[in-house]
Design a protein around this ligand. Structure first.
Ligand code: FE
Length: 191
């Protein structure tokens, strides 16, 4: 794979949505692209700032780590998809975006620990994967998580993630976000 640049990262991401987006989102009734596009749609509909919309849009991009030629970590290991996604995005996106991608699974474990109603609303597949991911956070982990720079945004993106599982819901496609994503990249790299 040729090295990604400021000019090729967004086409590269668009291409992943186009070619791989139809793939099943394990155990859910939506495809991978529908899931991420729905999450972005809910963020935009609530008037979130662009970094949050982009984070929601890209939060599961690590499921496609086989696309990232230089990345060698075994991408079949579910626990690592969030880390892989964040690693690839880190070169081009501000840390709030990469933090939301990296910690969207941690946010689920956090919310399960602090919000008794949260667990009840999780999808079956999400409950299933929770135990693989370490279960609800313990007290020390909760305290650590709350000390992160972007805790609130990470939790917010997680809530859009959880909502983006609506079977058959029509939402705008990747093109709708293309210039927004490029804008976030450009302003990050120019600072
Ligand atoms: Fe997700």
């Amino acid at each position: 794979m040729t090295e990604l640049t400021q000019d090729t990262i967004v086409p590269f991401l668009a291409d992943i949505f186009a070619r791989r987006g139809h793939e099943e989102y394990l155990g859910e009734e939506v495809t991978m692209s529908a899931h991420m596009l729905q999450a972005a749609h809910f963020a935009e509909a609530e008037g979130q700032r662009v970094e949050i919309i982009v984070a929601a849009l890209l939060h599961d991009i690590g499921h496609f780590t086989s696309e990232f030629g230089s990345f060698t970590m075994n991408d079949t290991v579910d626990r690592l998809h969030e880390e892989a996604g964040a690693t690839v995005l880190a070169e081009f996106f501000p840390s709030v975006v990469t933090d939301c991608v990296r910690d969207h699974v941690a946010a689920k474990r956090y919310l399960c620990a602090v919000d008794p109603t949260y667990f009840d609303d999780l999808s079956d597949a999400s409950v299933q994967s929770l135990s693989l991911q370490g279960g609800p956070m313990n007290e020390a982990e909760v305290a650590e998580f709350e000390k992160l720079e972007n805790t609130r945004d990470i939790v917010q993106v997680r809530l859009y993630d959880d909502r983006g599982k609506v079977h058959g819901m029509e939402v705008p496609g990747f093109d709708h976000y293309r210039s927004m994503v490029q804008g976030v990249v450009d302003s990050h790299l120019s600072t």
